[in-house]
Design a protein around this ligand. Sequence first.
Ligand SMILES: Cc1ncc(COP(=O)(O)O)c(C=O)c1O
Length: 404
Amino acid sequence: MTITADIAQKYRQHIMPTYAYSGLVLTRGKGARVWDADGKVYLDFQTGIAVVGLGHCHPEVTRAVQEQAARLVHVSNLHYNENQALLAEKLAGLFSGGKCFFCNSGAEANEAMIKLARLRGQGQGRFEIISLTQSFHGRTLAALAATGQTKYQTGFEPMPEGFRHATFNDLESVRAAVTDKTSAILVEAVQGEGGVVPGQQDFLRGLRALCDERDLLLLCDEVQCGMGRTGRWFGFEHADIRPDAFSLAKALGNGYPIGAVVAGPRAADVFQPGKHASTFGGSPLACAAALAVLRVIEAEGLVARAAEIGARFQERLRSMVGRYEHVREVRGLGLMVGLVLDQPARPLTDRLAEMGLLAIPTAESVIRFLPPLTVKDGELDEALDIIEDAVAEHHGAPREEATP
Ligand SMILES: Cc1ncc(COP(=O)(O)O)c(C=O)c1O
């Protein structure tokens, strides 16, 4: 039995089948590349679904984790720990002030924001959260209730009450959903799982104005689009707005699990002792990883680089629209990019993997590319050549060649 077959067998026997597995066993990673158990190498434009933003095993993060693991891994939040203070100071600085709450995942960070909004609205009977169609906020029950895609909710009904959905990029629909029970609006500046759909600037600004007008909290889910990926530190910056709070996870620890809520003045002091907690949240080790991530992003100028190479990546992908049948559109910001087809994306992502490039099929017909922010120019070109070859093979030769 091969290693891959052996591991697949163990999965079938002992792992709950919550995922549609690719069949690959990944054993090693360095920068933009990962290796499978047979030694085959791939360009990784999945980055663990927007987690490994600095590439695999970035030496600075590895060193920070190793050193911290030898010093102090965990203390309870009954005590201060220096790394948590430093990380909060750093994140608040990126947001021009504010306070943080640390946890372990995106869903948990969103749960914290939902609880915070309920607590703030409690005195006035305001508990409803308005979220948007095609959004994704995580798999815990409240985050799932906020998620605007029924396919994730089916089978888990009844959903917790207090969630209403309005149409993404349609301000009037959000306005119509506001009631005297509304406490907050929750939005992704760029929807990831929904198919890489950027929020229009007017829409996001309109949400900010609506929240100001009705004294609601504007909550941004930056779990996927945050940490520099879109070419700004946070996705909401593209619309020049400031939410009352936002959630982070995924790329914050470059693979070491950590989630965070960063809150501005209207939300920073809502939680008081006993109202919310997380055993592992903000441990010295998790915060050491995140501090290293922030240092590297700043030292290597990766936010600007994501904007610059993202534009180049998108431009060449865009040149395929219209030239190949079935390639309809390129969407995204920076290095959060979707190639929209008019047919299921999975066969093409499977072929890309065979050809050595990992990408993610999303929202049925979108191929989502999430390269590391550290991807080299040559690696980007290599990926683009693979994509063009795979698209040509799947969708016929380029139009100008096909029609003499
Ligand atoms: C926008 C967004 N929010 C929340 C989550 C959930 O994060 P986690 O899987 O860390 O709970 C995800 C995961 O894909 C996400 O993309």
